[in-house]
Design a protein around this ligand. Structure first.
Ligand code: LER
Ligand code: MN
Length: 269
């Protein structure tokens, strides 16, 4: 397994859920702390120009683990569940841009908050629009050798695809090889009956894992059982990325350091 941390540009929205801000400063810190990679939380593909990425990644000996897109919904105010419109076309084109960028950097693009809510008016129609939009994007991603990552998110943030099992079922419904699951153990602690057990059960569909403790601080600062999580991931043969997505508390560098120090033992074993 390889260890990554979520970072963003200095112009990231206040709602961006990242540990460090400012691409260069973040990469320098991640590298010093022994991370193998960085997950780029972008609101537009142009925020991470390839020339800049190439020079920073080689200077700090890092890889891009994935591109995450949580800010896109906040920035554009529309989602994959919305009815067709010119704005929705803009959203889909923007995802083509993320996929094109990921083709050279990490090969993974996440779908979290941008799926939107199914609402109460006609929830099945919203979910159907979501499935259709993601199916199209997954086909585009597959052609580019990129995997979309569907992130189950807890009920207090989104009203569908909350548990890993729901994520697995919707991936089956999408029916494409271009999409996998991105379980986040913080959300799993709220929505899933077990964490390690569910990860092992759905391992064939899992392409990436987000790590945070029960209180969303660095792993080791809450009551999540990481011994159990890593025992199951190892038993299942998981060899992909685990990425630290935590609150920047008590302050970003300390939080990232706590996570790296705590997780090192599982990654070395
Ligand atoms: C994004 O990865 C995530 O986990 C969300 O909870 C952020 O809103
Ligand atoms: Mn997450």
């Amino acid at each position: 397994m390889k260890l990554s941390i979520v970072i963003a540009d200095s112009g990231a929205l206040p709602s961006a859920f990242v540990v460090f801000r400012g691409i260069e400063a973040s990469m320098k810190a991640a590298s010093e702390l022994g991370y193998d990679g960085v997950e780029l939380a972008l609101k537009r593909p142009e925020e991470a120009p390839p020339e800049k990425l190439d020079s920073l990644l080689s200077r700090y000996r890092l890889e891009v683990s994935a591109i995450s897109t949580g800010q896109v919904y906040a920035e554009l105010g529309l989602s994959f569940s919305d009815p067709p419109s010119a704005k929705k076309e803009t959203l889909v084109k923007m995802f083509h841009g993320f996929i094109d960028l990921a083709a050279g950097y990490g090969g993974k693009v996440n779908i979290g908050r941008v799926r939107g809510n199914k609402g109460t008016q006609d929830p099945e129609a919203s979910v159907a629009r979501f499935v259709e939009t993601v199916r199209e994007l997954a086909a585009y991603a597959e052609k580019k050798g990129v995997t979309l990552l569907m992130e189950p998110v807890n009920r207090y943030e989104l009203d569908f695809v909350n548990s890993v099992e729901e994520g697995a079922r919707i991936i089956e419904r999408i029916g494409s090889g271009g999409i996998k699951l991105m379980p986040d153990v913080f959300h799993m602690n709220i929505e899933d009956a077990t964490i390690g057990g569910e990860l092992e059960k759905w391992i064939d569909k899992i392409g990436y894992v987000h790590l945070a403790d029960s209180n969303r601080l660095a792993p080791g600062q809450g009551h999540t059982d990481f011994d159990d999580i890593f025992a199951h991931l190892k038993k299942a043969g998981y060899a992909g990325w685990v990425s630290v997505e935590i609150l920047p508390k008590p302050e970003p560098y300390t939080a990232a350091q706590q996570a790296a120090v705590f997780l090192r033992k599982y990654l070395r074993e």
